[in-house]
Design a protein around this ligand. Structure first.
Ligand SMILES: Cc1cc2nc3c(=O)[nH]c(=O)nc-3n(C[C@H](O)[C@H](O)[C@H](O)COP(=O)(O)OP(=O)(O)OC[C@H]3O[C@@H](n4cnc5c(N)ncnc54)[C@H](O)[C@@H]3O)c2cc1C
Ligand code: SF4
Length: 329
């Protein structure tokens, strides 16, 4: 039996104090952390329950955008009137994930920090550099259907499983965090890490820091021209093999003014390639043009055997998502 302390702080300063010690872990909805504890992947000495913090609302951002509270539930976020009308891409992505019951429980902060779904990570009898640094990676040479085709390292080939984060990457969100040294804001592109030689670190969050808000900049005028496509093994309740969040701003003559493309299920973080978006600007929208952008996004893609299919799947998904976002199908 492992002794476990439980703290239920009433405000952010108390939560920061309680989260600072070794072995302390915050818990929000618990939909990922409790599973990890049951599987003995994570064994915190103290759980710091964040659910009394006043961080469960949507607020107006100072720049005209919105601030999503870290404790707000994924379902409440997806169905919030401002999110549905101004950021439909985010609503679509959240609703493509998990199940209604899980989305009712899962928090926004927890969604960003959910851990990989690599099967080997969950089996404590197998080597895993993310769970046990230096022990090796049982996935390499193993069953790799869910694994990365981009940005992997010889130490870890895991993917980040979130749908919500793929839309947040395309929307250029920012993550507001608080810690012992005060508050800071992290650009979404810098929040999740590639595995490199430290796959145990999923993000750039420092020990003891808490996510307080996710800031969405003012919605681009073309936000309605967006689509989230998700390909998975079952029609629901399954993580993405490949997903694409696409936004497309088209002039009346069909010329691309701006495009945003982020991929999920393919890397240790949501994947964006600015050069691929830039190649579209000023060109006449067409399947051939979108295919050229997909070529650029996937130029460095490498399969692991069991996931080689993801490369052509991701290519087709990018083209289809852009066609749908532009209303061209
Ligand atoms: C069966 C199943 C299917 C799923 N399918 C999908 C899917 O298809 N797509 C998808 O995107 N997701 C899916 N999920 C994952 C789900 O979205 C996440 O489990 C959920 O978003 C995590 O949120 P939570 O509040 O429950 O986090 P918790 O489990 O409470 O915490 C997760 C992690 O975040 C940390 N944490 C939580 N809040 C904060 C904070 N504010 N500051 C700092 N640290 C914090 C915790 O310490 C922990 O490490 C699925 C989950 C399950 C169980
Ligand atoms: S891919 Fe990463 S998470 Fe999976 S076993 Fe290897 S090191 Fe662990």
């Amino acid at each position: 039996m492992n002794p476990l302390r439980y703290e239920f702080p009433a405000d952010l300063p108390s939560a920061l104090g309680a989260s600072a010690g070794a072995g302390c872990m915050p818990i929000a909805g618990g939909t990922n952390l409790i599973d990890l504890m049951k599987e003995r992947v994570t064994q915190p000495g103290t759980l710091v329950d964040l659910n009394q913090l006043a961080l469960a609302q949507v607020e107006d951002g100072p720049d005209g955008g919105v601030l999503l509270g870290a404790l707000m539930r994924n379902a409440d976020t997806a169905y919030h009137p401002r999110v549905r009308t101004e950021y439909p891409l985010l609503s679509q992505a959240i609703l493509a994930g998990a199940s209604p019951q899980i989305r009712n429980m899962a928090s926004n902060g927890g969604n960003l920090l959910q851990r990989t779904r690599c099967h080997y990570f969950y089996d404590v009898d197998l080597a895993c550099n993310k769970r046990n640094p230096g022990s090796g990676c049982a996935a390499i040479g193993g069953v790799t259907r869910q694994h990365a085709i981009l940005g992997a390292s010889r130490h870890c080939i895991a993917t980040h499983p979130s749908d919500m984060c793929v839309a947040l990457a395309a929307l250029e969100a920012r993550v507001h965090v608080s810690g012992a040294d005060g508050e800071r804001v992290i650009a979404f592109a810098d929040f999740h890490r590639l595995p490199g030689d430290q796959p145990e670190q999923d993000t750039t969050l420092a020990p003891g820091e808490l996510i307080t808000h996710i800031a969405l900049p003012p919605a681009p005028q073309f936000a309605a021209r967006s689509v989230y496509l998700k390909f998975r093994d079952r029609a629901s309740y399954a993580f993405a093999l490949v997903s694409v969040a696409a936004m497309l701003d088209l002039a009346d003559d069909g010329t691309v003014r701006e495009a945003r493309i982020a991929l999920g299920g393919v890397a240790h973080k949501p994947w964006r390639v600015p050069a691929a978006e830039q190649v579209l600007a000023g060109q006449a929208a067409s399947p051939a043009l979108f295919s050229a952008a997909a070529d650029l996004i996937l130029a460095e893609a490498v399969g692991q055997g069991g996931n080689d299919f993801k490369i052509p799947m991701a290519h087709r998904a990018v083209v289809r998502a852009l066609m749908q976002a532009g209303g061209l199908t």
